[in-house]
Design a protein around this ligand. Structure first.
Ligand SMILES: Nc1ncnc2c1ncn2[C@@H]1O[C@H](COP(=O)(O)OP(=O)(O)OP(=O)(O)O)[C@@H](O)[C@H]1O
Length: 331
């Protein structure tokens, strides 16, 4: 089997080193491999860049008839490359199938990788995935966190056994076509998931639009998302400061002293709403802040907000916004 060319392996190694915080020579990298072209390319790149330090896991959701066969195919490929590999079968209850399947998949991945001796795993999300995600969120009026897209790295927790998991996405600036080429050059026939073409999913419709719009550049979109991931961290620290200095809890009510840039008011109000257990969309929170600025009153997610005088202390009254739970409606 032909492994990826040297310059591709070098490019991958450079990207991985940026993400692999506290990288040390002996550390093992877990690769989540579905058997599709993207994750097979990730497996080949990782194997070439870190020989003897890669382990892999495949999750069999059992949602498609061929899934057990596909997991066996990945297992055999890993055996050929001497890569330790585990398959985990998971059950997904009905409901929001994709979200639910994702949560169950990550949990199972974490447990299997811990069993294989690593708490670091890579997934094969690439620039085309990132561009689809960012465009879908732009179209929903998302804020900074949404537009930051798929995170290049994130830390998560596995409850049992308790472990900090580092998830890295070293392929976010690679095009899908480049990954397919790596797999084809190795002479491997990847698994094809038919739901990747199902037009009932927004993502697939957008994928088709992107394919036909050759003037849109997914790598450029992915780079912007990366900048926004930094911006998100900076905004988060400003929001923490605003929260400490300008938000006051009084009994069941929360007061906020406004007069900040729109973005800070938006993020702070979103956090206040979360304190009441509400989780509205970013675009709805933006509408609420606009209404508060203009009319001094707004309701969202069971929380009402009104402009009023906040008696901050015996000497100071501040023109502020007061947030309270909406009273139960009379029948
Ligand atoms: N069945 C699976 N087994 C192992 N890894 C998987 C499986 N499905 C997906 N992955 C990993 O997750 C990556 C993204 O997959 P995909 O785009 O299908 O999932 P998603 O639901 O959009 O992503 P995510 O769940 O991470 O938000 C894959 O490239 C692969 O690394």
């Amino acid at each position: 089997m032909d492994l990826p060319a040297g310059h591709k392996v070098e490019r991958f190694r450079t990207e991985l080193e940026k993400l692999w915080i506290e990288h040390d020579e002996g550390r093992t990298l877990g690769v989540a491999v579905s058997g599709g072209p993207d994750s097979l390319a990730l497996l080949l790149l990782a194997h070439a860049a870190l020989p003897g330090r890669v382990v892999a896991v495949t999750i069999d959701h059992g949602l498609r008839a061929e899934s057990a066969r596909e997991a066996r195919f990945v297992h055999e490929l890993c055996a050929d490359l001497a890569i330790p590999h585990l398959t985990r079968r998971v059950e997904v209850a009905d409901g929001n199938l994709q979200d639910r399947a994702r949560a169950v998949r990550y949990r199972a991945l974490y447990e299997a990788f811990l069993q294989l001796g690593t708490n670091t795993l890579a997934t094969a999300h690439h620039a085309d995935d990132q561009a689809e995600t960012v465009l879908m969120r732009l179209n929903r009026g998302s804020g900074v966190a949404g537009l930051a897209g798929i995170r290049a790295h994130r830390v998560d927790f596995n409850p049992e056994p308790l472990a900090e998991m580092l998830v890295v996405r070293p392929l976010l600036e690679w095009r899908k076509a480049e990954l397919e080429e790596i797999v084809a050059d190795a002479g491997i026939e990847p698994v094809r998931d038919s739901s990747n073409h199902d037009e009932q999913f927004d993502r697939v419709r957008l994928r088709n639009v992107l394919r036909d719009a050759d003037w849109l550049d997914p790598v450029a979109i992915a780079r912007s998302a990366r900048i926004l991931q930094d911006a998100e961290r900076i905004v988060a620290s400003e929001v923490r400061k605003t929260y400490e200095e300008c938000v006051f809890r009084e009994g069941e009510a929360i007061w906020f002293h406004p007069g900040h840039p729109f973005l800070l008011e938006l993020e702070t109000v979103e956090r206040i709403l979360q304190e009441f257990g509400a989780k509205p969309r970013g675009s709805a929170v933006a509408t609420m802040v606009e209404a508060l600025r203009k009319d001094g009153a707004a309701c969202l997610g069971g929380v009402m907000a009104k402009r009023g005088w906040h008696q901050k202390d015996s000497l100071t009254q501040v023109d502020a916004w007061k947030f309270e739970r909406e009273p139960p409606r009379k029948s």
